[in-house]
Design a protein around this ligand. Structure first.
Ligand code: AMP
Length: 508
């Protein structure tokens, strides 16, 4: 195999340039082979360069999930550009912040957003082109016009060069751009493909968004690297997932995919008999969901833990125990330690503290933000994840929440996960979220937000009474409120910041 000097292209696309097997299949019958993908990446990369995009320059993309949008990611990598995907839910005002920060040369948006983004692109001196859900818009026309024959070679790119900037979801404060190098992406996809045994025989059900590390890097890069194909869906839809599962071997999802499948009686052992792997991550999977899933299908979901800045850090084992409620063991090549949040001193197994990780998966810092980089990256190379957790003596890691979600009441620490687990175990409770609300005496007091099961008959009093037997007084909720659903972002994460804002004066 010839190498081109472009680290990502050589690893992910070059090995299968003449492979005619399908890489992507969509539910409307479109197929793109590995060879077509590599060819398209090179031709579009030539087009992007002809549009003036130089190596290392940023291309901001806020476009619907489509085969063309994924091809654009491959083309940007092949052109040596820095790919900056944005959540499709962001408003023009939010996009303005990212454009100001990333200073892109090119911005790609949905045709419907063109009018609102035009002044933002103009102010930033960036060219704005459109790409719709079916490939329509000015981008493909411009690439075709710019196209040059024969197929241009990829732009050389070193492993340490930047491949992407992914903005954190920014639930507290402004989003920061995590700088991910080609080597970061390559090492994590190699580690995961091996750990999860991906091969050419795999067909991955891909229903995740492609503006986030999970769908863009974990799912796509692992499939490309291993030569497995993907059933590529615009979004997660229970009916479509159920129709596709018999033809798939693996699925990567956020916990809500699994709870929604479990809510459907058609989802059972027979439907999943060709599947070999279900992976969950990006938000905590309830131990109860893990157990229900096994009882219904015979499969044990493999839960892993990662984040935008670090790619994937831990995973339950492929062979061996997939322990419900844990995120498994540090992946090969990833060092993980748990430290005291105040002193930074390493804690012993079983003690809860802040999780720090080091390895080839960890990003190079925050884009144009050396202060934030210094705050979250220790001088010995460990990255402070901001997640609280502990490690058992046999290496299994449990996450108990984000450090910023820790509740301090009367000077005592309360880990929301402990209270949530106690509430979730009560009959009639579907799920819960526990937050701290300002309290005149204690600084903060514990508040529980509960979603009841359909026929559940718990009320505030009965929950408080049940917890009184199990939890120390300071951990007991001062109030329990019922809601129909917890507020979640597109990756299924409960947005505790929204709950804190909503219930800010509840205990005053
Ligand atoms: P993001 O950068 O959007 O991928 O969010 C990363 C954060 O999601 C992590 O720092 C964790 O707080 C959370 N997270 C990811 N995977 C898991 C998991 N398996 N269990 C619990 N939390 C998770």
């Amino acid at each position: 195999m010839r190498t081109t000097g472009n680290a990502l292209f050589d690893k992910l696309l070059a090995p299968r340039m003449t492979d005619n097997r399908p890489f992507l299949r969509t539910d409307n019958g479109e197929q793109v082979s590995f060879g077509d993908m590599a060819d398209r990446a090179q031709r579009w990369a030539g087009g992007l360069r002809a549009l003036g995009l130089e190596p290392g320059e940023r291309i901001v993309v806020q476009a619907a999930k489509s085969v063309e949008c994924l091809s654009l990611y491959a083309a940007a990598a092949t052109a040596g550009a820095v790919y900056v995907p944005l959540n499709t839910a962001y408003t023009a005002a939010e996009v303005e912040y990212f454009v100001d920060d990333a200073a892109p040369k090119l911005i790609i948006c949905d045709p419907a957003a063109e009018e609102a983004l035009a002044p933002i692109a103009h102010k930033a001196g960036a060219r704005l082109l459109t790409l719709g859900a079916n490939g329509e818009g000015a981008l493909l026309r411009a690439l075709a016009d710019a196209n040059i024959a024969p197929t241009p070679a990829p732009t050389p790119r070193d492993p340490e060069d930047l491949a992407a900037i992914l903005y954190t979801s920014g639930t507290t404060g402004r989003s920061k751009g995590a700088m991910l190098s080609c080597a970061n992406l390559i090492s994590n996809s190699e580690t995961l493909a091996a750990a999860w045994r991906f091969s050419e025989a795999d067909i991955l059900l891909h229903a995740l968004p492609i503006f986030h590390t999970h769908g863009l890097f974990v799912a796509t890069n692992v499939s490309l690297l291993a030569g497995g194909s993907m059933i590529f869906m615009p979004k997660f839809d229970v009916d479509k997932a159920i129709a596709a599962l018999p033809n798939a071997t693996a699925m990567m999802g956020v916990p809500t995919f699994y709870t929604r499948l479990l809510a459907d009686p058609r989802f059972d052992r027979a439907l999943t008999k060709n599947m070999r792997l279900f992976v969950s991550g990006s938000a905590p999977l309830l131990a109860e969901t893990h157990r229900q899933f096994e009882a219904r299908t015979g499969h044990r979901i493999l839960e892993r833990y990662g984040m935008t800045e670090t790619n994937m850090n831990t995973s339950n084992p492929y062979d061996g125990e997939r322990r419900a409620g844990t995120v498994g063991l540090a992946l090969p090549g990833v060092e993980l330690r748990v430290v005291n949040p105040e002193t930074g001193a390493e804690l012993v197994d079983g003690e809860t503290g802040v999780i720090e990780v080091r390895g080839p998966n960890v990003c190079k810092g925050y884009w144009r933000n050396p202060e934030k980089t210094a705050e979250e990256m220790r001088s010995d190379g460990f990255f402070i994840t901001g997640d609280l957790g502990y490690r058992e003596p046999d290496g299994y890691v449990t996450i108990v929440g984000r450090a910023k979600d820790l509740i301090i009441t009367g000077g005592l620490n309360v880990y929301p996960k402990e209270i949530e687990s106690a509430i979730d175990e009560l009959p009639g409770v579907a799920e819960s979220a526990v937050i701290g609300a300002p309290h005149p005496d204690f600084g903060e007091g514990v508040v529980a937000i509960v979603v009841a099961e359909k026929d559940g008959d718990q009320d505030e009093k009965s929950i408080i009474a049940a917890l009184a037997e199990r939890l120390a007084k300071f951990k007991q909720p001062k109030r329990v409120l019922f809601v129909n659903a917890l507020p979640r972002n597109t990756m299924g994460k409960v947005q505790k910041q929204l709950l804190r804002e909503r219930y800010n004066t509840l205990l005053q």
